[in-house]
Design a protein around this ligand. Structure first.
Ligand code: BGC
Length: 419
């Protein structure tokens, strides 16, 4: 992917350059990421521009593939062969897993100089630290439990934006009758899993979600509530189109943008696609909490872990990047394009749209009310081995015509034991 500084980022570059950056020890940072869709690429360009404004060189290491599974496979082979990139988009418990391998750099000096402990919610800073030391820097907070809809499509179907799962199926049925694909879905395991976690949250509530999908409690993974979650989840499949298998998430979003599909269950990186296509929230597209989840928030914090590297100039560049990521200018421009909200506390949300403002309000409210939960589908809740196994079990159930909910629950319980 080629990342030039686009017009919308030039003021940012100018501001950062004027901030008096000394270019004496220019270094290079190789950055592994998987931001290759329209909105994601714009956000990645903001990151590149930020680094370049500090006088350093950006070496792009983009590995396409939503959710980052392919990127993580490539990262493993690079690190194993002793050739780690300087920065990699790693998040959640995986930061700890990499930290235990002894391959991550210590960012405590940057964190201290820039007061990260006071600028970040504790639920986030804890995840960025390995044995109490910062090893990663967060860029944003994505909310996963969103429903996106095309208002024109809803109008044609004489249907309303659903707030619970019963309403969801009424709307889906109406869209189907109007000849519109009710649900835009990409049948890839991480997308199935993304839908599944929103259903689990909406049907079971935040406490059930925590027990089943964070604590991996066997009695919750095999329960009447989980059975209801699984049957609701599977029912959605009947409202997707036959070309869903294998489709990328952003192509599913494009179906909603064009009005070919009515709704999509997806995290707010989808908003980045609507925005990149010039669409206006509340006018050309609608955002709402996924059915039944208005009082809850599945968080997904993108972050960059920094790897130990030898070259001194490159180390300096790596730390400059870490510092710049937490600066308000970057947090604003990046998140305006990415669809997420700033992770840095007390940011001015003036330039953000109503979806982002709702996300920001709900993030704070759910943190206080107990509805703030880590996204299992996006690597925030459980160790990666268990996550992968549960993800496979969920997709097997979605794809099978024969598997019963009872069988799926046994698979979930077994998968949760994966170490
Ligand atoms: C990441 C987002 C990304 C999305 C689709 C999520 O896991 O957190 O940054 O846009 O996957 O690739």
């Amino acid at each position: 992917m080629k990342l030039n500084t686009p017009t919308f980022l030039r003021p940012l570059v100018g501001a950062l350059a004027l901030a008096g950056c000394a270019f004496a020890h220019a270094g290079e940072v190789e950055v592994l990421h998987y931001w290759t869709s329209g909105g994601e690429a714009k956000a990645a360009a903001a990151l590149k521009a930020t680094l370049q404004a500090k006088g350093h060189t950006w070496k792009d290491f983009a590995v396409a593939g939503g959710g980052g599974d392919s990127a993580m496979t490539v990262l493993k082979s690079r690190v194993v062969s002793g050739n780690a990139p300087a920065a990699a988009q790693i998040k959640g418990p995986s930061i700890q897993e990499w930290g235990k391998e002894g391959v991550l750099a210590d960012l405590d000096d940057v964190a201290k100089a820039n007061s990260w402990d006071t600028l970040l919610p504790k639920v986030v800073s804890d995840v960025m630290k390995v044995k109490g030391h910062y090893a990663a820097v967060p860029v944003n907070v994505h909310r996963v439990n969103w429903l996106w809809a095309n208002p024109e499509a809803l109008k044609k179907a004489n249907a309303k934006l659903p707030t619970n799962w019963d309403e969801f199926f009424v709307t889906a049925e109406a869209l189907k009758k109007a000849g519109i694909t009710p649900v835009a879905h990409g049948g890839q395991n991480w997308q199935d899993f993304t839908t599944f976690e929103s259903v689990a949250l909406g049907v079971g509530g935040a406490d059930f979600y925590k027990k089943a999908l964070v604590q991996l409690d066997a009695a919750s993974l095999k329960s009447a509530t989980m059975e209801k979650v699984l049957t609701t989840f599977k029912r959605i499949k009947g409202y997707t189109d036959k070309n869903a298998p294998g489709r990328d998430w952003n192509l599913a979003t494009a179906m909603v943008i064009r009005g070919e599909a009515g709704m999509q269950l997806m995290g707010d990186w989808a908003k980045g696609e609507f925005i990149a296509a010039g669409k206006k929230p509340g006018v050309d597209f609608l955002c709402a909490a996924a059915p039944g989840t208005a009082n809850a928030f599945t968080f997904n914090v993108d972050s960059f872990a920094m790897f130990k590297i030898k070259n001194e100039a490159n180390q300096k560049a790596q730390k400059d990047l870490a510092a710049a990521i937490m600066a308000p200018e970057f947090q604003e421009v990046f998140n305006l394009n990415k669809g997420s909200i700033p992770v840095r506390l007390n940011m001015d949300m003036g330039k953000f749209d109503d979806c982002a403002k709702l996300s920001s309000k709900d993030f704070v409210a759910t943190a206080q009310g107990g509805g703030l939960v880590p996204s299992i589908a996006h690597g925030m809740a459980v160790p990666s081995a268990a996550e992968g196994a549960i993800k496979d079990a969920v997709s097997n159930f979605w794809n099978s015509d024969k598997m019963t909910a009872a069988e799926a629950m046994d698979k979930l319980v077994a998968a949760a034991r994966t170490k």
